[in-house]
Design a protein. Structure first.
Length: 157
């Protein structure tokens, strides 16, 4: 089973401030609502962690592995999150581009591939996870970058 999700947002902050909110695996994982615990390994390109899932009365913790797969500063960051126990792989790409001096366009694309034998029955759960991941990351980046822009403007007055 495969799911695609996209989000597009205009952020009232310069591209540099937006980029600083997504420029590392640690930043991405910190903004991922399903990731309950993670440790970034030395070098910052990989991490191990866990997520807690619930499906009806069933609740379980799943170990995850995350990795940056592409990093073009001030342009694009791609990452993967794997959950081997559930045969799940999430691939995310975040692109930023300046719209003007103080505005940035953020494009988020996510692809969830689930090979677990129960994937069809759990489609709703995985769809919710993919949608929540995209929405949460984009909104958290937007809020943080815009808050930092406002703080900088107040300091300069």
């Amino acid at each position: 089973m495969e799911l695609e999700v996209e989000r597009h947002e205009r952020i009232m902050a310069p591209v540099q401030l937006v980029w600083e909110e997504i420029d590392s695996l640690e930043q991405i994982l910190a903004k991922s609502p399903q990731i309950s615990h993670y440790d970034v390994v030395p070098g910052g390109q990989r991490a191990r962690g866990s997520t807690k899932l619930a499906w009806g009365p069933l609740k379980w913790t799943v170990d995850i592995e995350a990795e940056i797969t592409e990093l073009l500063p001030l342009q694009r960051l791609s990452f993967t999150i794997d959950g081997p126990a559930l045969e799940v792989r999430y691939e995310g790409t975040i692109e930023v581009s300046p719209v003007g001096e103080a505005e940035t366009r953020l494009d988020y694309r996510g692809h969830l591939d689930v090979r677990h034998r129960m994937a069809g029955r759990m489609r709703g759960l995985f769809n919710e996870i993919a949608e929540d991941q995209a929405h949460s990351v984009v909104q958290r980046v937007k809020v943080k970058a815009e808050q930092r822009r406002l703080a900088q403007e107040r300091l300069l007055k």
